[in-house]
Design a protein around this ligand. Structure first.
Ligand SMILES: [Zn+2]
Ligand SMILES: [Zn+2]
Length: 398
């Protein structure tokens, strides 16, 4: 007989009914599925990801309630812990999975919007015929959708032996997925003395036009002496508008920011306001991206090679609310300038590909799809300021 568990969502969480039932749940969970004196917490926040003791789980369930649709306690009850069996014949569990799936599907559809519109899958088409007509982009899209549909961990993910994991099998494969999503980087060869990049019109040269140093390592034809890694800015700006929530947040500084004269965000400051009055056409569309550039050297080898210094250049997106703009996931790593010495005043050589992109974004703009308004527009970008310590400030100004 199926047990009625409506109390999980219908009973007020301070009611005797809810509290008694939570105690009953904990009794059973600890009898069946505890490891040591902990179970994974099925509260709305932990979502069965974190393990806690009985007291903590009790508090979480009373304060936050259960994770949605957790009628089948598949992490907490004997007999249903093998999740695959439950999935096959239980609609509610499927619903939960579907919800998560919808978000990922939506994201992929947004990323490859043009592809999806151009190549609707017609059921009556001969499959091989259909595959032949797909563009390279479309193939990438369907491949990613296909991979996205696979469970990462079949079966119960926590304690049973994992028969097969659908995570990328190698570093190479993981890199391919990142590349297909348009988030990879370019390697640009550089003169070992920081004079020039082998980039654009100099792309084919084999020796530095300033100091004459070879492009290649001594005695190693084809192995570059120095490599700059550039993470192209334009696809990253486009990605910001592909997720509808992030796209909306890009106008936060104009639409939702509390304007009461207090300083909380760069948009409250004088520099921002002066910029707006000097460039009214740019300020007109709040989606135009305002960036800060930060750079400093660090030693990736800690103390093993004291003098080595690598310089990452990071772009910070100030359109976003403060609780997003300074989170690592919204920082954009733009350049990785290799060591062993600091690039010094020659940092401008390395900034060149970024500056080219910034110029284009400032002067021309970039056709971008905005998922929140479901329209394409030309986004522009401006670099408002740089953030550095004084030695780096000298380099950036130089
Ligand atoms: Zn919890
Ligand atoms: Zn040189």
């Amino acid at each position: 007989m199926v047990e009625n568990r409506d109390w999980m969502y219908n009973a007020p969480r301070v009611s005797v009914e809810f509290i008694n039932n939570v105690n009953d749940f904990l009794e059973r969970a600890f009898a069946n599925e505890a490891v040591g004196d902990e179970i994974c917490c099925p509260c709305r926040i932990c979502c069965n990801r974190f393990w806690y003791s009985r007291d903590v789980v009790y508090d979480h369930l009373i304060v936050k309630g259960f994770i949605e649709n957790y009628y089948d306690w598949f992490f907490h009850e004997e007999g249903v812990s093998s999740r695959m069996d439950v999935d096959d014949n239980n609609e509610e569990v499927d619903d939960v999975a579907d919800d998560a799936q919808d978000n990922l599907d939506g994201l992929l559809h947004d990323v490859f919007r043009d592809v999806v519109e151009e190549s609707p899958v017609n059921q009556e088409d001969d499959l091989s015929d259909h595959e032949e007509r797909l563009t390279k982009e479309a193939k990438k899209f369907y491949k990613l959708v296909d991979e996205d549909k696979q469970q990462l961990f079949p079966g119960s993910i926590w304690r049973e032996a994992i028969p097969e994991i659908n995570l990328p099998k190698s570093y190479y494969e993981a890199k391919r997925i990142v590349k297909d999503l348009g988030l990879d980087y370019k390697k640009i060869h550089a003169c070992p003395n920081d004079c020039m990049l082998y980039h654009g019109k100099d792309g084919e040269k084999v020796a530095c036009s300033k100091c004459g140093e070879s492009r290649w390592k001594a005695n190693k034809q084809g192995v570059p002496a120095k490599v700059l890694r550039y993470f192209p800015l334009k696809p990253r700006v486009q990605r910001l508008f592909i997720c509808s929530q992030t796209a909306e947040s890009m106008s936060w500084h104009a639409k939702e920011r509390l304007q009461d004269g207090k300083l909380r965000h760069p948009a409250d400051g004088k520099a921002w306001k002066d910029f707006d009055s000097n460039h009214p056409d740019f300020a007109l569309d709040p989606r135009n991206v305002r960036l800060g550039l930060a750079s400093d050297g660090f030693n990736p080898f800690r103390t093993m090679s004291i003098s080595h210094s690598t310089w990452p250049v990071i772009l910070i997106n100030y359109n976003l609310p403060p609780w997003m703009s300074l989170k690592p996931e919204y920082f954009m790593l733009s350049l990785l300038i290799p060591g062993p010495q600091s690039p010094g005043n020659n940092i401008d050589v390395y900034l060149q590909p970024l500056i080219d992109d910034l110029k284009e974004l400032w002067e021309v703009g970039l056709l971008t799809y905005d998922a929140s308004s479901k329209q394409s527009f030309y986004v522009r970008a401006a670099l408002l300021w740089t953030i550095s310590d004084f030695p780096a400030f000298a380099m950036l100004s130089g």
